[in-house]
Design a protein. Structure first.
Length: 270
């Protein structure tokens, strides 16, 4: 379903601000798999999602989704195959438009939108039912601007929007990080329901060790733009949040040792 071959990305190349964000990343995700990605700040986890989504083009390597080489596709063209939910609950929606209008736009993802949204009574009734099934009590508020909703409500609707037209790949970029614990739990519940219902192939970045340990069937840990660990099957099922924290501590210690060694070499040659 998703095949990433040796992709690399460097920002501000050949300048003092050069950042090697991705360094030869290889990753293959099978149809229906839910893969969680974790890593410290600067590890490359969100950069990986951006590379797949087409926020920028990679410097080297290739990306295939559903058998199609999308490496040089624009972000807009990739939207035909990829659904995405961002960290910020206010991204990915038009705040001054109504809930129904936002959902109607989502139904046309990857297609020319024209001048009208085509909100017929039949379509509106269909959308109302889809919203009712979410259990948020928003089905009678379809004419309200989506910008008037809470962050949790808006993120829940963004999840629905991302899956109204079943995507070949769903990207979740720390989509509960900006929410309070109660709203985050609600969004995670809906995430699991939507993924299971439509058997969506999913790549999810999270900062939560609890989510990382308990969600998905595979866990990727990234460090310095590379995949350091790839937990699958029984090994993934055995993981606990404490195990992941221990792995992070090991990485921090190793990086501190690397920096100490680099500093020693610098002083030797001064």
């Amino acid at each position: 379903m998703l095949e990433i071959k040796h992709i690399s990305k460097t920002f501000h190349a050949n300048t003092p601000n050069e950042v090697r964000a991705l360094r030869g990343v290889d990753l293959t995700i099978e149809q229906g798999s839910v893969v969680v990605v974790i890593g410290m700040n600067g590890s490359g986890k969100s950069t990986l999602l951006n590379a797949v989504a087409g926020t920028f083009l990679v410097d080297a390597g290739s990306i295939h989704v559903a058998g199609r080489d999308i490496t040089r596709w624009s972000e807009n063209r990739r939207a035909k195959l990829i659904g995405r939910v961002f960290q910020n609950p206010f991204s990915g929606t038009a705040p001054t438009m109504t809930i129904a209008e936002n959902l109607a736009l989502a139904l046309r993802r990857g297609r020319p939108r024209g001048l009208g949204l085509g909100l017929s009574s039949g379509l509106k009734a269909e959308l109302r039912e889809r919203v009712r099934l979410m259990g948020l009590g928003l089905e009678d508020r379809l004419d309200n601007p989506i910008g008037t909703l809470s962050g949790g409500q808006r993120q829940s609707l963004t999840l629905l929007m991302s899956s109204l037209v079943k995507p070949d790949l769903l990207l979740l970029d720390e989509h509960t990080a900006a929410l309070d614990p109660k709203s985050a739990d609600q969004v995670i519940r809906l995430t699991e329901e939507i993924i299971q219902k439509d058997r969506l192939t999913t790549l999810m970045v999270t900062h939560s060790m609890h989510q990382a340990a308990h969600l998905g069937d595979r866990l990727i840990m990234m460090v310095r733009g590379r995949v350091l660990h790839d937990f699958q099957g029984a090994e993934k099922k055995r993981l606990r949040p404490e195990d992941l924290l221990t792995r992070f501590d090991d990485v921090r210690r190793a990086e501190q040792l690397d920096e100490s060694a680099a500093e020693m070499l610098r002083t030797m040659y001064v």
